[in-house]
Design a protein around this ligand. Structure first.
Ligand code: ZN
Length: 161
C-alpha cells in the first residue's frame, strides 16, 4: 500500500534544525496522521506521498513549505496589564492566543522593558529549515469517520465527537 490521500500513516520521525539540534520527535516512535488533510506541514506531506511501509525519507523542508518565513510585523509591544497581576512574565515564555482569523497561535515573550512587553507572534519554527528523518511504520486506509473528521483516530483513541 502506498501513502496517498485518505490513508492513515504512522511514522517514526526526528526533526532537527540546521545545527543538528533536535526540535521534535515522534513520541514512542509512533506519530499517526491522516494523509492529504493538511495534518502535517505541506513539505513533509509532499515528501511522503507515494511512499510505502518501511521506506525511509530524509527531507529538508524550507520555511515556505513549513511554518513560513519570519514576519517582523508579528512583533508587538503590549502592556503589562494585559496579563493577570499574579502572572510571572519572563523572556522566552510562551502562551496561546487567538489570531484575528480565529486560529490558535503561539506567542513568545521576547523582551520586557518596565510595563512594555514585546511579544512575537511568529510560529517558533518560522524561518527555520526543517530537517526530517522519517521512517514509514504503517499505512492503512482511513475510515469514513476519520475522513469526515479530517484526522486520524489512533489505536485506543478515546476522543468522542
Ligand atoms: Zn475524530
Amino acid at each position: 500500500m502506498q501513502i496517498a490521500a485518505n490513508t492513515v500513516v504512522t511514522i517514526d520521525y526526528t526533526l532537527t534544525n540546521d545545527n543538528g539540534d533536535i526540535l521534535d520527535r515522534s513520541q514512542d516512535g509512533q506519530f499517526c496522521y491522516l494523509h492529504g488533510a493538511s495534518n502535517i506541514i505541506p513539505g513533509l506531506e509532499k515528501a511522503l506521498d507515494g511512499k510505502t511501509a518501511s521506506d525511509e525519507v530524509s527531507v529538508t523542508v524550507p520555511p515556505t513549505e513549513g511554518y513560513g518565513e519570519r514576519d517582523d510585523a508579528m512583533l508587538q509591544t503590549i502592556s503589562r496589564n494585559m496579563f493577570g497581576p499574579d502572572q510571572t512574565i519572563e523572556p522566552g515564555m510562551q502562551f496561546h492566543a487567538q489570531s484575528p482569523q480565529g486560529d490558535t497561535m503561539v506567542i513568545t515573550v521576547t523582551d520586557i522593558d518596565g510595563d512594555d512587553i514585546t511579544v512575537d507572534g511568529n510560529h517558533p519554527l518560522a524561518g527555520v529549515n526543517l530537517n526530517f528523518d522519517v521512517k514509514v511504520v504503517d499505512i492503512r486506509a482511513a475510515s469514513q469517520e476519520e475522513i469526515e473528521h479530517g484526522h486520524a483516530h489512533g489505536p485506543g483513541d478515546d476522543h468522542h465527537h
